[in-house]
Write a protein that binds this ligand. Structure first.
Ligand SMILES: Cc1cc2nc3c(=O)[nH]c(=O)nc-3n(C[C@H](O)[C@H](O)[C@H](O)COP(=O)(O)O)c2cc1C
Length: 324
């Protein structure tokens, strides 16, 4: 008898597929569709602190009275929060899988206010979508220090699992993740994909780049999943960014992930992709005589293979020698 059960960040999942935070997880109808397709857990669309602030700032400029401006700010923030809390409550009511809330904030105090309210609304866990681009205005360790201080503060006030959705460009990823684990973080998502930009050479303007990832993005995700899984044992990883097939999901688990987050594939193929991936995953396990994910999870991670330097290889020397 094959079971696809797994755990992620202290949550019990019936299978490893998690719907990543996106526009596909911002309404109850789309969430229910994913639940019906068999998804193992759902991360709601992030609540963006910046969005709330910009919105309220613009509206408060309409009035000349500072007190009225304060009132509008508070009203709008509460309205945004209220809608988000309603989404958590109805997702909990209508779905049978863990509902993970997601917040994107950049000021410590705000993160904490949001986190407590979200916990009280019934979210099963909280994913922190945190990134500040350092275009030279901050010190070398600003981003790492921000991750550390936010996890430290948030763990003091909430008891639901805290998941960190990591950016790729961290100088010492295993080192930072070890620190976050020591501070009580319950799991990590490798990786977040941020807004991509492009340049239009005709209008000579900055434009939007591709919205979705593509299959070649997965190699980096796999590399870091394997390294972090080997370097930071007993810490749950959700493999994310570039998962475009059921084979990718298996590779992520072999590299050490306990769960797999899906986004672009769900936009491209719809919720049916979940059902198909689960069927193929089970068939592959059957063919390879595995009855649980634990039997092959991390089999090929950095600590479990004979030549871990395979994961450190970044230069193309050999590749170039065969491509004259
Ligand atoms: C349209 C869209 C909206 C997204 N919104 C969010 C968001 O609100 N919060 C977040 O943490 N990630 C967001 N993401 C990132 C995804 O959760 C995911 O990390 C990223 O797309 C990489 O996974 P993929 O390769 O499966 O697409 C969004 C992605 C897309 C395409």
């Amino acid at each position: 008898m094959i079971t696809l059960e797994t755990t992620f960040a202290g949550l019990k999942l019936k299978n490893p597929l998690i719907a990543a935070s996106s526009g596909l997880t911002n309404s109850i109808s789309k969430i229910v569709e994913l639940d019906n397709a068999g998804i193992g857990a759902i991360v709601l669309k992030s609540l963006f602190e910046e969005q709330i602030e910009n919105h309220s700032e613009k509206l408060s400029q309409i009035t000349d009275y500072p007190e009225a401006g304060d009132y509008i700010n508070t009203y709008i923030q509460m309205n945004h929060m209220g809608k988000y809390l309603d989404l958590i409550r109805s997702a909990k009511e209508k779905c049978n899988v863990p509902i993970i809330a997601s917040i994107n904030c950049y000021k410590s105090a705000k993160w904490i206010d949001f986190a407590k309210t979200i916990q009280d609304a019934g979210a099963d866990a909280l994913e922190l979508n945190l990134f500040v681009l350092n275009a030279g205005e901050f010190g070398d360790t600003y981003l790492e220090d921000t991750y550390v201080s936010i996890v430290r503060e948030i763990k003091k006030v909430i008891h639901i699992p805290v998941i960190i959705k990591m950016a790729k460009n961290i100088s010492n990823l295993p080192g930072l993740i070890s620190k976050l684990k020591a501070l009580g973080a319950d799991g990590v998502v490798l990786f977040n994909r941020f807004y991509q930009l492009d340049i239009d050479i005709n209008s000579m303007e900055i434009t939007s780049g591709p919205v979705f990832s593509n299959p070649t993005d997965f190699s980096d995700t796999l590399r870091w999943t394997a390294i972090v899984s080997g370097r930071v044992p007993d810490f749950d990883i959700a493999c994310s960014y570039g998962v475009h097939s059921w084979e990718d999901a298996i590779k992520g688990i072999l590299a050490g992930a306990t769960s797999i987050q899906l986004c672009s594939i769900l936009y491209e193929q719809g919720a049916d992709a979940v059902t198909n991936m689960l069927t193929c995953l089970e068939e592959w396990m059957d063919q390879n005589n595995f009855s649980s994910l634990a039997e092959f999870k991390g089999k090929l991670n950095y600590a479990n293979i004979k030549s871990p330097y395979m994961y450190e290889r970044v230069q193309f020397m050999k590749y170039f020698s065969s491509y004259k």
